[in-house]
Design a binder for this molecule. Structure first.
Ligand SMILES: C[S@@+](CC[C@H](N)C(=O)[O-])C[C@H]1O[C@@H](n2cnc3c(N)ncnc32)[C@H](O)[C@@H]1O
Length: 257
């Protein structure tokens, strides 16, 4: 299915808080989706603006699914900032969600330029934020960007295949894991399986770009039906996955911020 058709189908299903009967999800709609802004957002967005004008050329070694428009390995910082980073409204939403759920230990797969890392690391309760990036030039730029923003987060450079499990082990109790790289079915499900082994009842896994391709839609469908998954929220660009126990399984589709 094309992304336009997926979006139309999503919009027809998406609810506002009026259609939501779960108090937990109702709270998320009211206090997180409908809220505005985020800590540090002015500084992060000023940096994004500057990166969008940055014509330095980077040779990218993308270990994942690459970009939808098939951009090659040589890309300007400007192109990367425009096409790869999570949109400001979604990144701010993720920070508000991390704050609402009092997330302390956060892991991001796919640092890119570090913009969403900065949002997550600025969440009120964030104590330890790790982010994994496979491309060396991007990891280096992300470290510089986080330093410019005076934000504390650790960028680890390497393949998710090698660094995911040790990073989860280091975090001990991951409160939030944002999977935002290598958007293909098999790796997404493989990463999810590893994350689920380290997840506790309160862990939130966020999958990026769940409607980006038919492979990602299939991966989302598999995740929604896993025994360990008790609550999912489809927000089109992001899919929220919870493992909360003792409740009937529920799947929501909500209007994104
Ligand atoms: C969509 S971008 C991440 C955007 C970032 N989270 C943000 O919102 O600003 C995906 C990133 O994941 C990295 N990546 C993809 N597959 C990877 C893999 N197997 N191991 C490590 N990094 C990978 C890419 O180099 C790219 O920078």
């Amino acid at each position: 299915m094309s992304i336009a058709k997926s979006y139309l189908r999503y919009r027809l299903k998406a609810k506002t808080r009026h259609g939501v009967h779960s108090p937990f999800v109702y709270d998320i709609v009211e206090k997180v989706v409908q809220a505005k802004g985020a800590r540090n957002d002015a500084a992060i967005e000023n940096l994004r603006k500057a990166l969008k004008k940055d014509n330095r050329l980077l040779e990218i070694n993308d270990l994942g699914a690459g970009s939808r428009n098939g951009a090659g390995s040589s890309r300007t910082v400007s192109q990367i900032a425009r096409s790869s980073a999570t949109a400001p409204a979604q990144a701010a939403f993720l920070q508000r969600l991390a704050t609402h759920l009092k997330c302390r230990n956060i892991l991001e797969l796919g640092t890119n330029l570090g913009l969403t890392t900065a949002y997550l690391a600025s969440a009120s309760h964030a104590e330890r934020v790790l982010s994994i990036e496979g491309d060396e030039a991007l990891a280096k730029m992300a470290i510089e960007n986080l330093a410019k923003l005076n934000v504390s987060a650790e960028v680890r450079c390497g393949n998710f295949d090698d660094l995911l499990e040790p990073s989860l082990r280091d975090l001990k109790n991951p409160d939030l894991v944002y999977v935002d790289g290598n958007h293909r079915k098999e790796p997404t499900l493989r990463y999810f399986d590893i994350i689920a082994q380290y997840a506790r009842e309160n862990t939130l896994v966020v999958l990026g770009d769940i409607h980006w391709s038919s492979e990602m839609e299939e991966a989302w469908e598999v995740v929604r039906n896993l025994e360990s998954v008790t609550l999912t929220v489809d927000m089109f660009y992001l899919g929220l996955v919870f493992f909360r126990k003792g409740r009937a399984r529920e799947h929501f589709t909500l209007k994104h911020p």
